[in-house]
Design a protein around this ligand. Structure first.
Ligand code: PBG
Length: 323
């Protein structure tokens, strides 16, 4: 009791504080999300996400080489195809934009961990994450297409696949097709607890994937739920997920924490587009110190229990951490 206990004693100098610091972040914790598009020499900044771009494969390779030099070990690729159709066929085209990006990145940076987002929404004309009939997004026909998509990613050389669609049973469908085709060694990072969130707004502009009707509430999770997140994570683990993800991160730190306590496999969290855009908007208005808020945000996600953080800040945070 006071005056015997004075927690301030260990806060007196930066050296002391650094000795008792409980959480540290490093570029090794980061996965850098990138948007690849068709064409050559294309680098279009995404208006609501300053510092993020839609890039053609050639420009993407340059960008990712910079990230790699800064110590960022992994990227996750999202594709914007030239054409979209009802069944999202660009997603499982062996020569699609994502598959091309995977090959180019592995050629230039063989040690980079190339992760692919497995979903149909960027490739469907209606913008939903699956096969649509009578206004419903169908589960079982969708997982067949997702499995095909994941296989083409692995065949192109992807080191890991990350299904983000929230269909039931997609992890086991992907595990099976990978195993049947000699890709037993390719891990699956599942978006296990992915909420139906308004924080994805800027991403949908970036990926041109806004649903043309309705919303994603019949497949993504209802934001008030957290026990359900444990159930989703347990199912994905049983189906063979190697890493489980919570998304978004900041409004769901409690979910990250509960999942971390319950399960012993690596946990990832996605610091999503809306979180990034709000921070950048605050900086633009001169209302917050961008570097400090960014580090506080990333540290909070790690402190909540995430081992890996998918973040658009990957490069700038790595540069800051490298001093
Ligand atoms: C695709 C997908 C989305 C995000 C990642 N994969 C958007 C969505 O579900 O609409 C969001 C990422 C972000 O907001 O940064 N299913």
């Amino acid at each position: 009791m006071f005056p015997i206990h004075r927690p301030r004693r260990l806060r007196r100098s930066e050296t002391l504080r650094s000795m008792v610091r409980e959480t540290s972040i490093s570029p090794q914790n980061f996965i850098y999300p990138v948007f690849v598009t068709y064409g050559k020499g294309v680098r279009k900044e995404i208006p609501s996400m300053p510092g993020c771009f839609q890039e053609s494969v050639d420009m993407l390779v340059e960008n990712v080489c910079d990230a790699w030099r800064l110590g960022v070990p992994a990227v996750i690729i999202f594709g914007i195809p030239e054409q979209k159709d009802e069944l999202g066929s660009g997603a499982y085209d062996p020569d699609g934009v994502v598959q091309k990006a995977v090959r180019a990145l592995k050629d230039s940076l063989p040690d980079l961990v190339v992760i692919t987002d497995v979903c149909l929404c960027e490739f469907t004309s209606h913008g939903h994450c699956g096969v649509v009939a009578d206004g419903e997004t169908l589960n079982d026909p969708t997982i067949e297409l997702l499995a095909r998509e994941a296989l083409t990613h692995a065949q192109a050389g992807a080191d890991m696949v990350a299904p983000s669609d929230m269909m039931d049973g997609r992890v086991s469908a992907i595990r099976k097709i990978l195993d049947d085709n000699g890709f037993q060694h390719i891990p699956i990072m599942s978006y296990a607890a992915k909420y139906s969130s308004a924080f994805y707004g800027p991403f949908r502009e970036a990926a041109e994937s806004t649903p043309q009707f309705g919303d994603r509430r019949s497949y993504q999770m209802d934001p008030p739920n957290s026990r359900e997140a444990l159930h989703e994570a347990a199912l994905d683990m049983e189906e063979g997920a190697d890493i489980i993800m919570v998304k978004p991160a900041l409004s769901y730190l409690d979910v990250i924490c509960r999942i971390r306590e319950r399960f012993d496999i690596p946990v990832a969290a996605y610091n999503v587009s809306g979180e990034y855009s709000m921070l950048k908007a605050g900086v633009k208005l001169g209302w917050i110190d961008g570097d400090r808020v960014m580090m506080e945000v990333l540290t909070s996600i790690k402190r909540a229990g995430a081992d890996l953080i998918l973040t658009y800040h990957a490069k700038e945070a790595a540069a800051l951490l490298n001093g």
